[in-house]
Ligand binder design. Structure first.
Ligand SMILES: Nc1nc2c(ncn2[C@@H]2O[C@H](COP(=O)(O)OP(=O)(O)OP(=O)(O)O)[C@@H](O)[C@H]2O)c(=O)[nH]1
Ligand SMILES: [Mg+2]
Length: 421
């Protein structure tokens, strides 16, 4: 028997990055919510909950986490036994993390762990109760099926989850039909045999059986690094264009959200009583900041692509510049909205204002100071980008505005730093 179990299976999180040279490593992949962490929970057993699946307080897996499967090993030869490790990964099609980030995290983990981390087996998870493979999941599958990730057919098992959640013959029939489609169409050419699409029933036994049924061959694989030279790749590979398109889609979405949230902020602060609902104001600001943080992350990732994949007719630098302009303008418009409010300290009449008005003025001043700081940061980021790409005008800001908004100090420091180099 290649897989040996020597007692009750337990799961131990590996807290450091030291890996023995010879481990049998199983990486779990799939869209968010497909059941990867639940599979590990099932292995750990009901009495040893790890609190890592979506039902617990921790909503979804954000980072790569490796676990040792205690009391399970792989017998390579009669006197050579390997420990088994299972690696949980963040899901694809997540609201915030792009496919690029998920792949990059796996890559970084593979490079960081001591002795490297060649992967022996990949388990791809799919919820069998989903009506069909969605369009966005199909793209993830195409990306994984392209030659770039280097997942050999011998290293891949498709795990279908949620079987324990099927009630009634109609639902069961639909699930069986879905299973056939996965076996005979979706994964047909990428698995060794139809039996490599397996059922997970959310129990310890089911998870253990799936693992012990894996091929214990010596083939190992690495997911490709997403930003190695694109020209070195097979031009028909779906891997790079998929990551690129996913980033473009996310940038468009985050830009839209950022713009909407800024308009919302402006309309809240422009009311005669600018602080009617502090909770709403704080939630809107937080959504605006989150959209900005995501936008900046995505354009940074776009910049790591050495060249534009085949089939795309666009300039990533222009996209990045446009996003930086959008962010800077958003703060500029917000500042203008605050400054033109009748209750700002500048505009407030000199007669004795009421207590509420004084409070409004102090809140507006606070918002203004925060917005000025954010504007200075956004504007400096734009300056650090360098000259605008062809077709763009320099950002409209006068010297007096620059001084008024406090961006001169940081720029002076930047200039001095540039001269010293
Ligand atoms: N009953 C049942 N629930 C499941 C199964 N698989 C997943 N779930 C539920 O679906 C939700 C998401 O499951 P997770 O295991 O956290 O999904 P994941 O693939 O780890 O998701 P990410 O960490 O976001 O990538 C949780 O509420 C689970 O309890 C299953 O086979 N049966
Ligand atoms: Mg998870």
């Amino acid at each position: 028997m290649p897989f040996i179990t020597t007692g009750d299976i337990r799961i131990e999180p590996c807290h450091d990055k030291t890996l023995p040279y010879d481990g049998f490593r199983i990486v779990l992949l799939g869209t968010t919510g497909s059941g990867k962490s639940s599979f590990i929970e099932a292995l750990a057993g009901a009495n040893n909950s790890l609190n890592i699946s979506g039902g617990s307080l921790e909503s979804v897996t954000q980072e790569i986490q490796m676990y040792k499967i205690v009391n399970m090993s792989v017998q390579r030869t009669h006197d050579y036994i390997e420990n088994v490790y299972i690696i949980d990964t963040p899901g694809f099609i997540d609201n915030t993390a792009s496919a690029f980030e998920v792949i990059q995290k796996i890559e970084q983990w593979q490079m960081e762990v001591e002795f490297g981390a060649a992967v022996s087996q990949y388990l791809y998870f799919h919820r069998i109760t989903d009506k069909r493979v969605s369009g966005s999941e199909k793209k993830v599958i195409q990306m994984l099926q392209s030659t770039a990730p280097g997942i050999s057919t011998k290293c891949l098992t498709i795990v279908t989850s949620m079987w324990d959640n099927i009630h009634g013959s109609t639902a069961l029939k639909r699930a069986e039909d879905n299973l056939s489609e996965l076996r005979e169409v979706v994964w047909k050419n990428h698995i060794e045999s139809p039996s490599r699409v397996v059922k997970f029933t959310n129990t310890n036994n089911s998870a253990t059986e799936i693992l012990t049924g894996l091929s214990h061959n010596n083939i190992v694989g690495y997911l490709y690094h997403p930003y190695t030279d694109i020209h070195d790749r097979n031009p028909d590979d779906a891997f790079v264009p998929f990551l690129f398109q996913d980033l473009l889609d996310r940038i468009a979405q985050a830009r839209g959200e950022h713009q909407t949230m800024n308009q919302e902020r402006i309309s809240l602060i422009s009311r005669p009583n600018p602080n009617p609902d502090r909770e709403l104001k704080s939630a809107t600001t937080s959504a605006f900041k989150t959209a900005e943080e995501r936008l900046l992350r995505y354009v940074n990732h776009l910049a790591t692509f050495k060249s534009v994949p085949r089939g795309f007719d666009l300039d990533p630098k222009s996209i990045t510049y446009q996003c930086l302009v959008d962010i800077t303008s958003a703060y500029q418009n917000y500042i203008l909205a605050i400054e033109s409010h009748p209750k700002t300290s500048k505009v407030l009449p000199s007669t004795h204002p009421s207590r509420d008005s004084r409070q409004d003025t102090s809140d507006l001043d606070e918002s203004l100071n925060a917005a000025k700081k954010d504007f200075a940061e956004a504007y400096n980021r734009l300056c650090l980008f360098g000259p605008p790409p062809p077709g763009f005008k320099p950002f409209p800001i006068s010297t007096s505005q620059r001084f008024k908004l406090g961006v001169h100090r940081t720029l002076d420091r930047m200039n001095r730093f540039a001269k010293r180099r």
